[in-house]
Design a binder for this molecule. Structure first.
Ligand code: BYC
Length: 330
């Protein structure tokens, strides 16, 4: 899965004028077959995959921060163990995804540098604060719930390494969603104060989660092309609607009030209608001006700088091992 292990010279040599290679690529896409790292692919396909997979990896890693904020304050040993396991899973997802992006010929260092310098995007949702313990339930239930909705179709993505990474990630996300719902259920069955805390978390997270699916289809710059290439299978708006339709009955089961006064079943459409989305908020957060953008990036820069000695030690160890192997071979 690593860049060094790949011979990309042939792939790099191909360009749009390489008709035969392009025809083979188009035929694979039309037949719904996978594109693998050694296959020829158009430069734009490679570029958009690096963009999406690296953004996805960064989201998983930055996504550890809002939840990490509550590890020392989890209310029981059981909840703490669950939260720790979930956060570790997110770190693992980041690693599988960086590895998948590396198969496209970009290095981990380049991707991390893009994140730390603020050039790369990560999901808007992680720029909101976790103010109460109920937020940990809301993240698992709603954020991971939205992530599953978005990511299950990515298991059928045309690029093999991304599709395969998503299969394992989705299995883990489904445990994350269930533990979040379970946490919310405990709060909703608890004292009035606990239920109020759950309602407050739902009210604050609802709209940011609805926006997490990205801009509306009419404003989505990348969707048409990525859907043509079989990277994205379902549009932003269609996924958003699926998420709302699946989540409203869960809100009702929890006995919480709907967080949008205009949410109501439309029998004619067979879907829930919802109130208007404040797209200017999504634009602001994506542009780096959300409630926690600065804090999140600073935390990642800090972690990277404090981890320099680990990277140096690992490299020194690898060099020592290599010298020993060479010595034995001689
Ligand atoms: N936040 O043309 P569009 C998780 C950007 S982590 C920020 O529709 P596309 C978890 C978009 O990148 C889950 N930026 O783009 C972890 C584009 O800008 P660029 C994260 C956003 O790519 C820990 C521009 O807006 N999931 O589950 O077709 C704890 C126009 O958008 C956002 C993924 O990353 C946003 N919300 O569609 C708990 C899934 N939305 O790149 C949970 C993989 C849009 O042209 N990614 N933008 O400069 C995708 O499915 C797609 O990339 C998106 C956007 C649906 C996010």
């Amino acid at each position: 899965m690593y860049t060094q292990a790949l011979d990309l010279s042939q792939a790099a040599a191909g360009d749009a004028s390489d008709r035969e290679a392009n025809d083979r690529f188009e035929a694979l896409i039309a037949a719904d077959r996978k594109i693998e790292p050694q296959d020829w692919m158009p430069a734009a396909y490679r570029k958009t995959l690096v963009r999406q997979i690296s953004q996805h990896a960064h989201s998983e890693v930055v996504g550890m921060l809002p939840e990490g904020n509550w590890v020392t304050r989890a209310p029981s040993l059981r909840r703490k163990a669950i939260l720790l396991a979930k956060i570790q899973d997110e770190g693992g997802h980041g690693l599988y995804l960086y590895a998948a992006a590396e198969t496209l010929g970009t290095s981990r260092d380049q991707m991390v540098d893009a994140l730390l310098s603020g050039r790369a995007k990560y999901s808007s949702i992680f720029n909101y604060p976790t103010l109460s313990w109920a937020d940990i339930g809301a993240i698992g239930w709603l954020v991971d719930g939205a992530a599953i909705m978005n990511q299950v179709p990515l298991c059928r993505c045309s690029y093999g390494p991304y599709a395969r990474a998503m299969i394992r990630i989705c299995k883990e996300e489904s445990f994350h969603q269930r533990q979040g719902f379970d946490l919310m259920l405990s709060l909703c069955r608890g004292t009035p104060k606990q239920k109020a805390m759950a309602q407050d978390a739902l009210n604050r997270w609802w709209w940011p989660v609805v926006m997490m699916f990205g801009p509306s289809d009419s404003a989505s710059m990348n969707s048409a092309q990525t859907m043509k290439w079989g990277i994205k299978r379902i549009s932003n708006d269609a996924l958003r609607q699926k998420f709302i339709d699946a989540t409203v009955p869960q809100i009702e089961l929890l006995g919480l009030a709907l967080p949008d006064a205009e949410l109501r079943w439309n029998a004619e459409r067979g879907h829930y209608d919802h109130g208007p989305i404040d797209w200017s908020e999504l634009d602001r957060v994506i542009a780096g001006h959300g409630p926690c953008n600065r804090e999140r990036l600073a935390a990642r820069v800090n972690a990277h700088e404090n981890g320099a000695w680990v990277r140096e030690a690992a490299l020194a160890h690898a060099r020592k091992q290599q010298t020993r192997t060479v010595g034995v071979a001689a």
